[in-house]
Design a protein around this ligand. Structure first.
Ligand SMILES: C[S@@+](CC[C@H](N)C(=O)[O-])C[C@H]1O[C@@H](n2cnc3c(N)ncnc32)[C@H](O)[C@@H]1O
Length: 389
């Protein structure tokens, strides 16, 4: 039975940090089963990550571990793969310099509701005591680092001062710390009436999002500049856009601003939710332009920019049969649900959420061919070195 209109509690923006997560577990719409596109996009940027790692200062002393962090790690295999790449690359650098490598620590960090259990179950085991790091690297299916999970928002401090050599974060910084309050206030000129995202919204609404993104990114950099060791580097990738206009959110705009938006409108038209209920839901995502991002890094001043560019990632939809419209429709609905399903469930309840994503799937199936061509993600890629002590 579907709940009556207005039965569910609106989640206040203050609680976003406690609530937000990708869909956990290993089900059809889970992040684990819907993050192959991120894996492919990350793979196509590996050369840029390795360039960043080549800039990290390695210390001759073996007393302290070399520490890498993945921020916004989520619960899939992608974070484990990227940590593996980073540690193997740094290990090679030690070898190239004729230095004995230190021990390695990897911190997997995300918000507290992340499914850390699923992540930890995917981690390869540590080898037995007495096996050297070199032997460990040579052995398949073992990890060569100590691992720990760190719950908390990357918009705040997470680690002790001067303790981290490398920060990595992929496909996460476009998530805002909150929906700007003005966007949800009915009397505000930034109220996002009729929409659940800023794609195609009025400019004032989009500018409120841009401000929030820049405030959040500034807080992120401030925290990292305290935590990073001298000589450390950072590799950041987040959804971005090629247009200067913030109301054109590019690939993110198509994902959350077309079939997803239409499905919310369907629920309103069919009397399953009120229009206020729809209008009080907003996806807390902002795909910045290069300029939006650059202004903040330069304003912070703690990091030298080695690379800051827009990178074409490709489609977020991975399907075996691209000509099969129902596969494409399902992929879009699952992709959308894996990243926003937890927020939608909290806002309208699981039953209505199920109804919503059925409608997303149905609408996307009708446009399967166009979707594969048109839905393309661009990413902002930043390679930064810590310059200020
Ligand atoms: C799309 S997933 C990316 C996962 C992974 N990096 C990958 O490459 O597959 C985005 C992740 O960012 C996390 N995230 C969003 N806002 C965050 C915040 N303020 N602090 C920490 N993690 C955050 C989400 O919980 C989510 O797990």
């Amino acid at each position: 039975m579907l709940p009556a209109m207005g039965d569910n509690v609106v989640v206040s923006t203050m609680e976003l940090e406690k609530l937000l997560s990708m869909k956990g577990g290993k089900g059809e719409a889970s992040y684990v089963n819907n993050s192959q596109a991120q894996a492919m996009h990350a793979k196509s940027m590996l050369h840029l990550l390795k360039e960043t790692l080549d800039r990290v200062e390695v210390e001759a002393s073996r007393e302290m571990p070399f520490v890498v962090v993945d921020l916004g790690c989520s619960c899939g295999i992608n974070t484990i793969n990227v940590v593996d790449v980073m540690i193997k690359h740094i290990m090679k650098r030690y070898e190239g310099l004729g230095l004995d490598p230190p021990e390695f620590s990897a911190f997997f960090s995300d918000l507290p509701s992340n499914d850390f259990n699923t992540l930890f179950q995917l981690l390869p085991p540590m080898p037995n005591y007495g096996v050297s790091m070199e032997e460990c690297l040579a052995a398949k299916n073992h990890r060569s680092y100590f691992a720990a999970g760190v719950p908390g928002s990357f918009y705040r401090r997470l680690f002790p001062a001067r303790s981290i050599n490398v920060f990595h974060s992929a496909f996460s910084l476009h998530w805002l710390s909150q929906v700007p309050e003005a966007v949800t206030e009915k009397r505000s000129s930034a109220y996002n009436k009729g929409r659940v995202f800023i794609h195609g919204a009025n400019e004032i609404t989009a500018i409120a999002y841009k401000k929030q993104f820049q405030t959040d990114l500034a807080a992120f950099l401030r925290s990292r500049s305290v935590e990073m060791k001298r000589g450390g580097s950072m590799f950041l990738v987040c959804l971005g856009r090629t247009s200067l206009d913030p109301t054109d959110q590019g690939g993110a705009g198509l994902l959350f601003g077309t079939h997803f938006q239409d499905a919310w409108d369907d629920l309103v038209l069919q009397g399953l939710i009120s229009s206020e209920k729809r209008d009080s839901f907003n996806i807390p995502v902002y795909a910045p332009s290069l300029q939006d991002f650059k202004e903040v890094v330069e304003g912070d001043g703690s990091f030298a920019i080695h690379k800051l560019e827009v990178f074409k990632g490709g489609s977020p939809l991975v399907v075996d049969q691209p000509d099969n419209a129902s596969q494409v429709g399902k992929a879009l609905a699952n992709t959308c649900r894996s990243v926003s399903g937890v927020l939608v469930d909290a806002h309208i309840g699981e039953d209505l959420s199920h109804e919503l994503f059925l409608r997303v799937e149905h609408r996307a199936t009708c446009h399967g061919k166009d979707l594969l061509e048109q839905l393309q993600f661009y990413h902002i890629v930043a390679s930064l070195s810590f310059v200020q002590s």
